[in-house]
Design a protein. Structure first.
Length: 268
């Protein structure tokens, strides 16, 4: 029995792929005498019937041995590998070799504009909210590269309008109507408001939210239809409320608050 303990997932899959190819070859060796057997039975060639059955039995025994070897060859502990970080390490190394910028932050990976999360219990990887089961490192990295090359469907105007609505609601609830300035609201509070419905916080994570903030910021769309102008003040003194995102260059961008200044500029 072969030992896969020291192999990476990619190496184990390469070997099992080769084993599966050998098994398919053994299947073909079995199919040939079976076809001859069917033809002999159809025409009544009794000699060929006996010969074909004997050859098929030998081929079947070879196929069974090959299938057993293929099964034994796949002794890879996928759950352990995914849980203990081996897969993430291999994915990072594969991406680097392929020239794909993949960055690890806490329990998530970022490959702009995608956010990636490994799910060991499902033996799958999530790209944003979409589950991927084809997680062979070389294949998965190519998938990330393809996604990077696709045009983005982000709609900055619609997102800005949603932010303005959530900001206005938060200001109305937390401040007197007569305040003479535009208050800074933490972005985490805006995210909480946007994900009030059960399950929405999981479907639209903070990481995805701050990525949208960065995309809006990068696009330079900063004025609503009502004429209110948005800005994203940063505060280094507020712990737990700063959101970070990895941009396309691999640099970390930090965001804390949001403020909309009305068009009449009464709120400074």
């Amino acid at each position: 029995m072969r030992n896969n303990a020291s192999l990476t997932l990619e190496q184990s899959l390469v070997r099992t792929e080769a084993d599966a190819l050998e098994t398919l070859s053994a299947v073909k060796d079995l199919l040939r005498p079976l076809r001859k057997l069917r033809s002999a039975a159809k025409t009544g060639n009794l000699t060929e019937i006996d010969r074909s059955i004997e050859v098929a039995q030998t081929a079947l025994a070879v196929l069974q041995r090959q299938l057993n070897e293929t099964k034994e060859g796949w002794d890879f502990d996928a759950q352990r590998y995914l849980t203990r970080g081996g897969y993430v390490d291999e994915l990072l190394a594969t991406a680097k070799k392929a020239g794909v910028r993949l960055v690890q932050r806490d329990d998530r990976l970022s490959c702009y504009p995608a956010l990636i999360r490994v799910s060991p219990e499902e033996k799958a990887v999530y790209i944003n909210r979409k589950r991927a089961r084809r997680i062979r490192p070389s294949i998965f990295v190519n998938l990330l590269k393809e996604q990077q090359d696709r045009p983005m469907s982000f709609r900055p105007g619609a997102f800005l309008a949603a932010l303005y609505q959530a900001y206005s609601k938060t200001v109305a609830e937390q401040f007197d109507s007569g305040i003479g300035y535009a208050p800074i609201i933490p972005l985490v509070d805006i995210h909480s408001l946007l994900t009030l419905l059960p399950g929405h916080a999981k479907e639209y994570s903070r990481q995805e939210f701050v990525l949208d903030i960065y995309l809006l910021h990068r696009e330079g769309v900063d004025t609503t239809r009502e004429g209110a102008r948005v800005s994203f003040p940063i505060s280094r003194g507020v712990k737990g409320k700063t959101l970070t995102v990895i941009d396309e260059t691999g640099e970390e961008r930090r965001y804390y608050g949001i403020r909309f200044v009305p068009p009449n500029n009464l709120c400074k």
